[in-house]
Design a protein around this ligand. Structure first.
Ligand SMILES: [Zn+2]
Length: 112
């Protein structure tokens, strides 16, 4: 089956008309993940920082990569703060709280 419209037009407000059938095409803002550099819908990414901001996928791999590569500092021009970092670590599942748990993790990392 071949679809061969006789008339089609597109208006600036996202209204697409094909053979008198009107469709609305919604604009979805896209942003780039600072870790993997892939583009994604803005709603699929976590926004960090004020003003222009920087975006990262909501998955541990991208978050950890961005922290290790200091991608946020570069994207935010050094405006990354400790609260942003703590929030990202929590989302990545890498936040440890409480004295005993932190000491145990440090000892484990040091092989003690
Ligand atoms: Zn990513």
């Amino acid at each position: 089956m071949t679809f061969a419209p006789k008339a089609a037009s597109m208006k600036g407000d996202g209204q697409l008309t094909i053979d008198n059938v009107q469709l609305t095409i919604k604009h979805v803002p896209q942003r780039m993940c600072v870790a993997c550099r892939e583009r994604a819908d803005k709603s699929e990414l976590i926004r960090i920082g004020e003003g222009r901001g920087a975006y990262v996928h909501d998955n541990p791999d991208c978050i950890i990569t961005a922290i290790k590569k200091q991608s946020f500092n570069r994207a935010l021009r050094g405006k990354m703060n400790i609260l942003n970092t703590i929030g990202l670590c929590k989302r990545a599942g890498k936040l440890i709280t409480g004295y005993d748990a932190v000491v145990a993790d440090i000892k484990k990392a040091a092989g003690v």
